[in-house]
Write a protein that binds this ligand. Structure first.
Ligand code: 5FU
Length: 262
């Protein structure tokens, strides 16, 4: 059962080089914290990534909200990823036919495949979306997560939709390495998916716009997820982002240690 194995043990079960390196990184850095850096200027994004960098395993971006995006931003973020030892996850949520997502992933203003270690996709269009992204991403050693569930109130990603998403992921394990999910699903022989969970907060439970925040221990220990994704809990309301990130890193890591010791 992968829920009780260490991240390091699990790294050996992956054929995708990024998934393997990511699990090793988590163990080395003692962090299962991903920062959701939803800020709208290049300077703010770089500043936040540099401050919080020492505490995270993964920087999650929404690159299309940055007003003054340019290639230099990508260069600076990838330099910070090296400096602080984290990976980058563009939370693009692709949702179109295979041919279109190939273009969206490789080209345009953002050229996501050229810099984002991990990205993600909805399964609404069917398997072709994975095939399209895989043609671009696999030669670059990239990987994706499927959105099997969402954290927002009233999400339609549930039940049969979630189950089918997991079944499809099993067919593309060289490229689909995990899920955006609200809990861990039952393993089948040979499964080792990485579960990343947004909607995590220590101090508040909702934002008034449908977001629902859970405690890191609930997410990692009780629900068996691997990575906590935290945004406003770290940088919102004028918070000291480095101090809050340390607090979330400790909460997430302690919950993981408790889980593997069970
Ligand atoms: F797939 C999902 C989801 O189901 N819920 C989310 O909140 C993604 N997210 C992202 O996680 C969302 O787009 C934000 O970037 C982040 C959560 O930020 P918060 O400030 O911690 O609520």
């Amino acid at each position: 059962m992968s829920v009780s194995k260490s991240y390091l043990e699990r790294s050996k079960l992956h054929s995708n080089p990024t998934a393997k390196a990511f699990l090793e990184l988590m163990e080395r850095k003692k962090s299962n914290l991903s920062l959701a850096a939803d800020v709208t200027s290049k300077a703010a994004l770089i500043d936040l990534a540099d401050k919080v960098g020492p505490y995270i395993c993964l920087l999650k971006t929404h690159i299309d909200v940055v007003d003054d995006f340019d290639q230099d931003l990508v260069d600076q973020l990838t330099a910070l990823a090296k400096k602080h030892d984290f990976m980058i996850f563009e939370d693009r949520k692709f949702a179109d036919i295979g041919n279109t997502v190939k273009l969206q992933y490789s080209s345009g203003v953002y050229k996501i495949a050229s810099w984002s270690d991990i990205t993600n996709a909805h399964m609404v269009p069917g398997e072709g979306i994975i095939q399209g992204l895989r043609e671009v991403g696999l030669p670059l050693n990239r990987c994706i997560l499927l959105l099997a569930e969402m954290s927002s109130a009233g999400t339609l990603a549930k039940g049969d939709y979630t189950n089918t998403t997991v079944d499809i992921a099993r067919k593309y394990k060289d490229f689909v390495v995990g899920f955006i999910a609200m809990h861990r699903y039952e393993d089948q022989e040979g499964d080792d998916f990485i579960y990343m969970t947004p909607g995590v907060g220590l101090d508040q439970t909702t934002d008034g716009l449908g977001q629902q925040w859970k405690h890191p221990r609930e997410v990692v220990y009780n629900l068996g997820c691997d990575v906590i994704i935290v945004g406003r809990g770290i940088y919102g309301n004028g918070r000291d982002a480095a101090k809050e990130a340390k607090r979330y890193q400790e909460a997430g890591w302690n919950a993981y240690l408790e889980r593997i010791a069970k």
